[in-house]
Design a protein around this ligand. Structure first.
Ligand code: NDP
Length: 324
């Protein structure tokens, strides 16, 4: 037996129920993992509220964790008991112990601590595919990052700057503007106070940016299109303010023959080789000191509902880690 949060029906933070669950022996190709740290992500909120329906109920939510291998099933040769590993994008992380497919795991280098891994695997590999594959950022590009002081946001800002881009970010408060600036954002804009389209036009001399990475969704989508240069790339990859309503393709031509994509990490890391390559690039920029992983808050795993409240009320910055 092990303790875990389960969702029996969608709802508020109280829909997370802390209870005893049985953990099966690892089947063929699986590993049993004892979590040492679990990552909190906005997708956990979408799963809890039902915006992204869970495949079945009850379900253990949570998509990111780090820990120690306890046992392996038949056919697993890459990992053995005692190995330090981490993963992102596999439901079931809000648990002390779990089983998971071995080909979804990444071996942790000694330089990366377990809390750091839980703070960066999902958010960092997201930054990796957004900056290197969805729109490959080139030196000299101007890029825009919404929610720049958030978990994904702080990593995007630092990594984009490391690639030679000029980074324009949006944040909810002045304190978050300072934090974003300290993590690579050249031009933080407090979008709760200023019209970010006007600021972006002024900062870029009217040209617009090459790409907008927009995780805020409903509240920022349309104005984000107006921040782009002709042929710019609109990347809508999250819904912190609510989902984006349907879009007429003709809008993209009217605004300058824009490109629009709605990507997800799960597609970009579906192949084990892509998963390992993405993790390697992430470990390299962190080990090289180009991207610092900020853990803004730690909670005991059993206090995860409070962590959800803080994330949804925009009170967190950087990554949040849950400790079993
Ligand atoms: P964050 O730490 O970025 O938290 C969300 C932030 O969004 C808040 O801190 C807040 O920052 C901003 N925000 C703006 N409007 C609202 C609102 N109405 N309610 C709540 N927050 C709001 O979370 P994560 O780093 O975990 O995730 C960032 C985003 O990226 C999420 O939308 C997530 O779903 C998405 N994502 C998508 C992935 C993909 O592959 N498609 C993978 C990983 C994450 P501020 O106060 O500064 O506005």
């Amino acid at each position: 037996m092990s303790r875990a949060f389960r969702i029996h029906a969608p709802g508020g933070p109280e829909a997370l129920i802390w209870e005893e669950v049985s953990v099966p022996e690892p089947a063929d190709g699986q590993v049993r993992l004892r979590h040492t740290a679990v990552g909190l992500n906005y997708i956990d909120v979408y799963h809890r509220t039902g915006l992204y329906p869970l495949p079945s109920l009850p379900a253990v939510p949570g998509m990111e964790g780090a820990g120690v291998v306890e046992a392996v099933g038949r056919g697993v040769s890459e990992f053995g008991p005692g190995d330090r590993v981490a993963y992102a994008g596999v439901l079931g992380a809000y648990a002390e112990t779990r089983v998971i497919a071995a080909d979804r795991l990444v071996a942790l280098p000694p330089a990366i601590t377990d809390p750091q891994a839980a703070a960066m695997m999902l958010k960092g590999m997201t930054a990796q595919y957004l900056l290197r594959r969805t729109y490959p950022v080139q030196a000299g590009d101007r890029v825009m990052v919404h929610a720049a002081a958030g978990g994904v946001g702080l990593i995007l800002c630092q990594w984009a700057r490391h690639l030679g881009a000029t980074v324009i970010g949006t944040v909810g408060t002045d304190a978050k503007a300072d934090l974003a600036r300290a993590h690579g954002c050249h031009h933080p804009i407090v979008y709760t106070r200023e019209r970010f389209v006007d600021r972006v036009r002024a900062i870029t001399g009217g040209d617009g940016v090459a790409v907008v990475y927009d995780s805020v969704g409903k509240d920022t989508f349309l104005d984000s299109l107006d921040c782009l240069r002709p042929l710019g790339m609109m990347v809508t990859f999250g819904n912190a303010s609510g989902p984006v309503p349907p879009v007429e393709p003709a809008l993209l031509s009217a605004k300058g023959s824009l490109f629009l994509t709605r990507p997800t990490l799960m597609t970009y890391t579906a192949k084990p080789a892509d998963l390992q390559a993405s993790a390697r690039e992430l470990f390299d920029v962190v080990a090289g000191g180009h991207v610092r992983i900020r853990i803004g808050a730690r909670y005991p795993l059993s206090e995860t509902p409070q962590a959800h409240r803080d994330l949804e009320s925009r009170a967190t910055t950087g990554s949040t880690v849950l400790l079993p």
